[in-house]
Design a protein around this ligand. Sequence first.
Ligand code: IPD
Ligand code: CA
Ligand code: CA
Length: 262
Amino acid sequence: MIHSALINVMVKAARRAGRSLKRDLGEIENLQVSLKGPANFVSAADRRAEDILYEELSKARPGYGFIGEEGGTREGSDKTNTWIVDPLDGTTNFLHGIPQFAISIGLQREGTMIAGVIYNPANDELYIAERGKGAFLNDTRLRVAARRKLDDCVIACGLPHIGRGDHELARREMAELQPRVAGLRRFGAASLDLAFVAAGRLDGYWERNLKPWDIAAGLIMVREAGGIVSGIEGHDNTLESGNVVCGNEVIHAELVRILKPL
Ligand code: IPD
Ligand code: CA
Ligand code: CA
């Protein structure tokens, strides 16, 4: 399948960083049993992957700004284009050898997401989206699921971990949704949750307190697959608010209706 030069740049960077993460995942298994544990090793794996992404992306598109989870914001001479990058989304999964993690690369142009690549090196699933050109998983065109009744739906959420977010609110949200859906899931990598909605595997997803790098690529993925993404308050700027709810038109509206008043 032929993609634009821009997508080729993003895919090349994601695959190279993916090889690095995959090698490091192999090491984790040995480190699991050591007393010191693999936590420090994982933060090094994270940084290694981000360095590769920065190197590849800035070589191909010099001047673009770069916001990465590990290295913070690097201003570019070109103020209209910014990469928004999570070198390892799903760190806790990675740390535990659970193969649900990804590299997430989004490109924002004049405030709008125009391209996204999400790559899970553990199973070689590569998600691609470009504004106006659709979303793809390993070259198959994606479309959000068509289910219209919440009780047929599998919905994913995020759960704030220790010391983060509002645990009480998260429990209220689950208590409201659990009895109304076919299944609730918590997979642990926001970028892949959004990619799964784009792929029609999940019917919907919501989470609060996310960072721009968790969702930048996923937002365009869902939209290019025909889905609706907004903040939980309705239509706030999700990249700024960090609150996300998505699904097809009907399921998105249902989720907003239930979650908004909580
Ligand atoms: C995390 C994952 C997780 C979400 C957390 C994020 P990280 O990103 O996306 O699913 O619930 O809020 O921080 O830390 O693994 O890059
Ligand atoms: Ca993340
Ligand atoms: Ca991360």
